[in-house]
Design a protein around this ligand. Structure first.
Ligand code: NAI
Length: 334
């Protein structure tokens, strides 16, 4: 008989899981990480979100562990090699929110292009209804550079076309048929940097994409271009990003994700229990500089967070768990 440990569900999500799945469950409010090792538990299935980091030390606390169902598309928060070594299977939610994340990318783009965040602050804080410093730019006729033309990248391209933008894209595996159908062009990463007015990142994080947007890339961008990252923080070299913004090469950035985002989300915890080894303190400082810049807007890894998307995530996760228990696992990534 399987027992699932659900970590970090909100009360309404717990109710939904209770109503929609028969398997035995135990709920834990906290996230899990090597710094927050849970008490030993007899659950054999774990359901976690991206804020839980699962490595060998964490797996040691679950001696019966057979399966991890992450409630996310990305799975770089789980040590897959260690899981495989222990015979632990891992599943993800491959598709729940291509529109959801692409819509958030455009929320960031429009906030920057029309200075919505500045207008809002001026009125709220100073009662200032003047147009001073609020002139923006049209998206129509501008070029969007899309890095990664998978599910979310494709949806971003469709939205961009709705705004009459031109689109160039870079992907390791170009889909020429889709390019023809949607009316965009694949280019090299270097040409994407040179041609784009707004660049949006939709590749997964891997060794391959670590610091893909680095100093060399940022040196090539059009002066005044904007960078949007809703994918994973470490795809961008944070220190190079700060430098590019400070020297006025990039015109601004919209970021839903950060390198070292676990630490900045809970700095008090890091100061009291965290260990500096394994964390890049320079990047943590660079994040603070970023957050304070006037031409940078940040959101807290919230691109996935709509009611509709969460319901789709829960449905697929419960289905992943049911399929595993019935011996026909689906959506396995390892
Ligand atoms: P996908 O797997 O459908 O598309 C990824 C695309 O990137 C594919 O076309 C692939 O060929 C390309 N790619 C992979 N490695 C590459 C490389 N080294 N160079 C160039 N292209 C490469 O993934 P999807 O669903 O579009 O999601 C993308 C990422 O968005 C996820 O991996 C996740 O990290 C992030 N995400 C962020 C969320 C948030 O709340 N901020 C929510 C959901 C996803």
């Amino acid at each position: 008989m399987s027992k699932v440990g659900f970590y970090g569900l909100e009360p309404w999500q717990k109710e939904y899981a209770e109503e929609n799945s028969d398997v035995e469950k135990e709920f834990f409010d906290e996230k899990i990480s090597p710094e927050h090792l849970p008490n030993e538990s007899d659950v054999d299935i774990l359901s976690i979100f991206v804020d839980s980091k699962i490595d060998g030390a964490v797996m040691d606390r679950f001696p019966n562990l057979k399966f991890i169902a992450t409630r996310s598309t990305g799975f770089d928060h789980i040590d897959l090699e260690e899981a495989e070594r222990r015979g632990v299977k891992v599943s993800n939610v491959p598709s729940y929110g291509e529109n959801t994340v692409a819509e958030h990318a455009f929320a960031l783009i429009l906030s920057l292009s029309r200075k919505i965040y500045m207008a809002y602050n001026k009125i709220r804080e100073d009662g200032d209804f003047s147009f001073d410093e609020l002139q923006g730019f049209d998206l129509k006729g501008k070029t969007l550079g899309v890095i990664g033309t998978g599910r979310i990248g494709k949806y971003s391209i469709k939205i961009a076309k709705g705004f009459s933008m031109d689109v160039v894209a870079y992907d390791k595996f170009p889909n020429e048929e889709m390019a023809k159908e949607l009316g965009f062009e694949y280019v090299s990463l270097e040409d994407l940097a040179k041609k784009s007015d707004v660049i949006t990142i939709h590749v997964p994080y891997s060794e391959d994409t670590h610091h893909m947007v680095n100093e060399a890339f940022l040196d090539q961008v059009k002066k005044g271009a904007y960078l949007i990252n809703t994918s994973r923080g470490a795809i961008v070299d944070t220190q190079a990003l700060v430098f590019s913004l400070k020297e006025g090469r990039l015109g601004g950035a919209g970021l839903d994700v950060f390198e070292e985002e676990g630490v900045i989300k809970d700095e008090l915890d890091f100061l009291t229990t965290g260990k500096p080894d394994g964390h890049d303190l320079k990047t943590i400082i660079a994040n603070h500089i970023l957050i304070d810049l006037d031409n940078v807007i940040v959101t807290p890894h919230n691109a996935f967070n709509t009611r509709e998307a969460i319901l789709r995530i829960l449905d697929t996760t419960l289905e992943n768990i049911k399929s595993f228990v019935e011996g026909k696992p689906q959506n396995l990534v390892s």
